[in-house]
Design a protein around this ligand. Structure first.
Ligand SMILES: [Zn+2]
Length: 146
């Protein structure tokens, strides 16, 4: 599956595997010129034999860019689907309160959001989270509760 984090950027990872399977899969990826940064990682939470996964990235800049675009497109699509569930209110202090689809409330501007997705994934990769996408759309359409 696709992954995105601030340290590794856009890439892929497997589900949890046995150490043996992880090593075999990683060896195949390392031999394939389409991939780079192949790493076998241990899940800090998993117990038992299947607690390893393989993380890897596309080898070309174009492929990494395409992955980042897909990640942004996904957040835009989610924001559009959930848009009517959001409540967006100006705080009067330079940011907007955005109550998301699950009831959490975030502080959002064009440049930042207090949600986990922005903090752990979008921020370091130049992407906007779904709250920022929704805020921009709400402004454009004049749909902000005053
Ligand atoms: Zn957010």
């Amino acid at each position: 599956m696709e992954t995105l984090d601030c340290e590794r950027g856009a890439g892929y990872r497997t589900q949890l595997l046995t150490r043996d399977h992880a090593e075999q899969f990683a060896a195949c990826l390392e031999a394939n010129p389409l991939f780079q940064d192949v790493e076998i990682l241990e899940s800090p939470r998993a117990k038992g034999d299947r607690r390893w996964y393989v993380a890897y990235a596309p080898a070309t800049e174009e492929a990494r860019e395409a992955l980042l675009h897909r990640q942004q497109d996904r957040r835009i699509a989610t924001a559009l689907v959930e848009f009517d569930d959001y409540l967006i209110v100006p705080s009067g202090a330079g940011f907007y309160w955005v109550q998301g689809s699950t009831g959490h409330v975030y502080e959002v501007t064009d440049l930042t959001c207090t949600c986990g997705d922005f903090t752990h994934r979008c921020q370091g990769n130049g992407l906007r989270c779904k709250h920022q996408v929704a805020l921009r759309a709400a402004r454009r359409e004049g749909r902000i509760a005053a």
